[in-house]
Write a protein that binds this ligand. Structure first.
Ligand code: NAD
Length: 495
């Protein structure tokens, strides 16, 4: 049985307090345990990170970049090893795990360009003989708290940029699949990152609260469900920290009557059931603008017949859900949908998986004729459940999407450029796909939603990530020139 330990000061950092069980979701068996940090453990690790900041903040851009390049090479060379670790604890199929590693690598590559990304501005002669320039400096110790569904990619949205910008980091990954984070920390150390710059503490609410309250922690990047995101934002900002807290989602895919319905059906199935729907950018609602609904539902259902649900280490399309509790919760939503009168075109509870019967299985479910008051529509289910809502017009579709409390991602399927342009202008959502169902921005753009999908005003990675992890100074300088001497009590102005 494996035991996952914290990683601090450049090495594994075991504790003998509380711990949690780890599961293999495809077999339902306990596969090991993970140490849980107490508040005093968190304090000790934050102090290790604070000591490391004293020197890392002064490391040259060249040095920081060299470490980042070396880290990129290690992760790239070992991407299959990392993907396998993710599949063992999360359950997603190997190809999907490899995809998340790839998206994480892209942020590491962006962080390799930190000399350009962190560059300030310079204005010569703002006044006679006076220059002005802006610099951005690291914050200090920053905390990252991540969810179970992307155990490598979400930490990599934040950690490379925070570290490259000169901060030191304490990451608290999900206690459900913590091994990927610890592996990344070990590889960062191998890449030459000084001890204590990147640390991982494992645990639950106790560790999170200790990070939120710790006076040395300057900033918190959180990703998880909306209630916890709101809590983290409120508690963290009350403690005087800079906080970005990314929350849950309910992503709509609008299909207009002129859309290519084969493309739309492929997209709905891929985006609805990839990673068993456990993605914050999964499509969970298809908004079919009539008269396309009958044909679209038929096309989606026929594609679903080909989805093989099973052990992610075999050649299956969709793995198990992450825990038995979560599987039961999602199955409960399927039952509630049937009870509320939605038409279960495909019922995932009937699945025969290619895997151990004790795994946390649930097949893909398709509901038609879902209405906005049903819980399958209102709630973030975070499982393989796709709902079709039928509307009569484009206007009705936009009104539906904009009435949703979440605003993470959305997609529109159409061949009408004008309609797509109007949608991107009118819809109140942070990330929009046009004939693209999962519009996750590239590393050099920033990731983030609107409304209950994000608390705080800064999105993840790209320029906003660099901004979040640095603070600005503006310097106004004059080099001595005796001819400009003399007292002047007036407010400085240009001259
Ligand atoms: P979660 O909110 O249960 O947990 C997220 C993190 O918070 C974990 O590290 C967990 O240990 C910690 N945590 C849980 N409960 C806590 C509490 N009461 N107090 C303090 N800390 C707590 O989320 P999850 O189930 O791990 O992940 C799935 C959720 O994350 C979904 O809602 C999904 O939409 C969301 N998510 C959002 C994005 C995004 O970019 N917006 C990306 C990925 C996942």
């Amino acid at each position: 049985m494996k035991r996952v330990q914290h990683f601090a000061g450049g090495k594994p950092w075991p504790t003998d307090g509380r711990s949690g069980d780890l599961y293999d979701p495809a077999t339902g068996q306990v596969s090991g345990s993970v140490d849980f940090a107490s508040a005093s453990d968190v304090d000790a690790v934050v102090r290790i990170a604070a000591d490391a900041f004293a020197t890392w903040r002064d490391a040259s851009l060249a040095r920081r970049t060299q470490v980042m390049f070396a880290f990129r090479e290690l992760v790239n060379a070992r991407r299959e090893q990392l993907a396998a670790v993710i599949t063992d604890e999360h359950g997603k199929v190997l190809s999907d795990a490899a995809g998340e590693v790839q998206r994480g690598l892209e942020v590491i590559e962006y962080a390799c360009g930190i000399p350009a990304a962190q560059r300030g501005g310079f204005s010569e002669n703002v006044s006679t003989g006076v220059d002005s320039y802006a610099i951005r400096q690291p914050l200090g110790v920053v905390a990252v708290i991540s969810p179970f569904n992307f155990p490598a990619m979400v930490p990599l949205w934040f950690v490379p940029i925070a570290v490259a910008a000169g901060n030191t980091v304490v990451l608290k990954p999900s206690e459900k699949d913590p091994s990927a984070a610890t592996l990344l920390a070990a590889w960062f150390a191998e890449a030459g990152l000084p001890d204590g710059v990147f640390n991982v503490v494992h645990g639950d609410k106790e560790a999170v609260d200790a990070l939120l309250d710790h006076p040395v922690v300057q900033a918190v990047s959180f990703v998880g469900s909306t209630p916890v995101a709101k809590y983290v934002y409120e508690r963290g900002t009350a403690a005087g920290k800079r906080v970005q807290a990314l929350g849950g989602a309910k992503n709509h895919m609008v299909v207009l009557p002129d859309a290519d319905l084969d493309l739309a059906a492929d997209a709905a199935v891929s985006a609805g059931f990839g990673s068993a729907g456990e993605r914050c950018m999964a499509i969970s609602v298809v908004v079919a603008v009539e008269p396309v609904a009958d044909t679209l539902v038929e096309k989606i259902a026929s594609r679903m017949a080909g989805i093989r649900t099973g052990d992610g280490r075999r050649s299956c399309d969709m793995g198990p859900l992450v825990t038995a509790v979560h599987r039961d919760k999602v199955a409960g939503y399927v039952a509630a949908g049937v009870q509320a009168g939605a038409v279960a075109v495909v019922d995932g509870r009937d699945v025969t998986p290619d895997g151990d019967p004790a795994g946390f299985w649930l097949g893909p479910t398709l509901f038609d004729r879902v209405t906005p008051e049903m819980s399958v529509y209102t709630d973030e289910i975070f499982g393989p459940v796709l709902s079709v809502v039928r509307v009569r017009t484009y206007e009705e579709a936009v009104a539906l999407v904009n009435a949703c409390r979440y605003g993470n991602g959305t997609a529109i399927f159409t061949n009408d450029g004008g309609a797509a342009r109007r949608y991107q202008h009118e819809v109140e959502v942070g990330m929009i796909g046009v004939n693209v169902p999962i519009p996750v921005p590239m590393a050099y753009y920033s990731f983030g939603g609107w409304k209950a999908s994000l608390f705080g005003d800064t999105h993840a990675h790209g320029a906003e990530g660099v901004h979040f992890y640095t603070r600005a100074k503006v310097v106004t300088s004059r080099w001595l020139d005796p001819s400009h001497g003399g007292v002047n009590l007036g407010f400085p102005t240009q001259s």
